[in-house]
Design a protein around this ligand. Structure first.
Ligand code: UDX
Length: 404
């Protein structure tokens, strides 16, 4: 099939690469000429495991351009542009602009919306463009986006003409839910709000564990997660959720519900707790380490999660900003992110240890779990991600560890 993908960020680029790798002819469109030039010169604008392999194996089946006219004879066009929050909810202007362009060039194609949009958007875009609109939300995590796109837990397809979309994702063999546009749109928000709630719940249990000598949130989460009704995923206590989706989507569904006179009290309190989480953790650090003014502090990890270079809504950056305001000098090491203003970048963990007596883990990079514990001798260690292989008695504080 010949398909188009408009918006070549994490979602669009991965969708384009995977569909082309599976034998479709794919045209990727982006408004950024720089991004298209990068892609055409084989420079990937994002770090995402396996993406380069898929683009290479797709070969000439995948092309990139800023020119919408290449979409002319596509059977379906995916809309993967951002939907940032604004004061009144979400900003649909990119979705509207992209859909209008597609409707002029390829009015007979199916418009497949992957961008996260509030319920009612597909119907509105259908009226605006006169096109058949399919809602096909994505559930991929950055850092494993290629894997998640090829092996999704489910495919959700909303709208009256699901066939094209169904055919494109058939190779996954995953369960398919064919439903209304509105259900598809809501499934995405409800899923992300639920996952953000799960993370917040375990962070609050971690707070409780810290008050109980002998308690450890990791073991509590393990014991909970083995109950299949609860499930073990997204029960890692830490700095709270960050990234380009959860913070934005929880706020969006909350204000959408308010506009319908519905109070999503749980989501409301999740948003509030998560926004206070960093300061709450820094207060705990200060209680143990004392005034941070003028002190050298090492932060391990900068990206919002492991296996990505994405800094959007990174909890590590929020932590660094809070520590800096208190006068700390920040030395940071991240396996992938090498440039962030206002901090001193270290080449490795060893270098950090030479400069700092206070060490904080902020991103769950697997490499940190392999740090030789002897490196931390004499240091004040705050394991906010519970990633280190170190005895609880040898750290100043670990999230969710109850100490005497
Ligand atoms: C998320 C959703 O998982 C995905 O389905 C959706 O389509 C896009 O948003 P992503 O933002 O890439 O994906 O990352 P995710 O792995 O969900 O992590 C989000 C945040 O939660 C990160 O800051 C991560 O560190 C944090 N997190 C995750 C925890 O603190 N604990 C956990 O147990 C899991």
């Amino acid at each position: 099939m010949k398909v188009g993908v408009v918006g070549l960020g994490y979602v669009g680029l991965v969708t384009a690469a995977v569909l082309a790798d599976k034998g479709n002819e794919v045209v990727g469109i982006d408004v950024s000429a720089d991004r298209i030039n990068d892609l055409n010169s084989h420079n990937l604008p994002i770090f995402e495991p396996e993406l380069e392999n898929r683009i290479q194996s797709a070969g000439s089946r995948l092309m990139f351009s800023t020119d919408y006219s290449y979409l002319a004879d596509c059977s379906g066009v995916f809309i993967c542009v951002p939907t940032p929050n604004n004061e009144s909810g979400i900003d649909l202007s990119f979705v509207v602009a992209a859909s209008r362009e597609v409707s002029e060039i390829a009015p007979g194609s199916a418009l497949i919306i992957k961008s996260t949009v509030i319920p009612g958007t597909a119907r509105f875009i259908g009226k605006l463009t006169g096109m058949a609109v399919i809602s096909n939300p994505e559930f991929t995590r950055e850092g494993s986006a290629v894997h998640d796109t090829e092996h999704p837990d489910r495919i959700v397809i909303g709208g009256d003409n699901p066939d094209i979309c169904n055919e494109l994702w058939k190779f996954t063999g995953s369960p398919v839910i064919i439903t209304t546009n509105e259900n598809a749109e809501l499934i995405k928000y409800a899923s992300n709000a639920f996952l953000a709630t799960k993370i917040t719940f375990i962070n609050q249990i971690a707070d409780l564990c810290e008050k109980i000598p002998g308690a450890d949130v990791k073991t509590v989460a393990l014991g909970m997660g083995l109950d299949h009704r609860i499930g073990k995923e997204f029960l890692k206590a830490g700095l709270g959720y960050g990234g380009s989706c959860f913070p934005k989507d929880t706020i969006a569904i909350n204000s959408f519900a308010k506009s319908k006179d519905v109070n999503l009290g749980i989501v409301d309190s999740v948003i509030r707790y998560n926004s206070e989480r960093i300061n709450q953790l820094v207060e705990k650090i200060v209680k143990i380490a004392g005034n941070l003014n003028g002190k050298n502090v090492c932060v391990l990890g900068l990206s919002f999660k492991d296996n990505t270079d994405d800094l959007r809504e990174s909890r590590s950056i929020a932590l660094i900003e809070n520590l800096s305001k208190r006068g700390a000098r920040i030395f940071a090491y991240d396996p992938v992110v090498k440039r962030y203003n206002g901090i001193i970048h270290m080449r490795n963990v060893e270098e950090c240890m030479e400069k700092c007596n206070i060490v904080i883990t902020a991103t769950e990079w697997e490499e940190f779990s392999r740090i030789d514990p002897s490196l931390f001798k004499g240091k004040m260690v705050f394991d906010l991600r519970r990633i280190l292989s170190i005895n609880a008695s040898d750290i100043a504080m670990g999230v969710g560890i109850g100490k005497d």
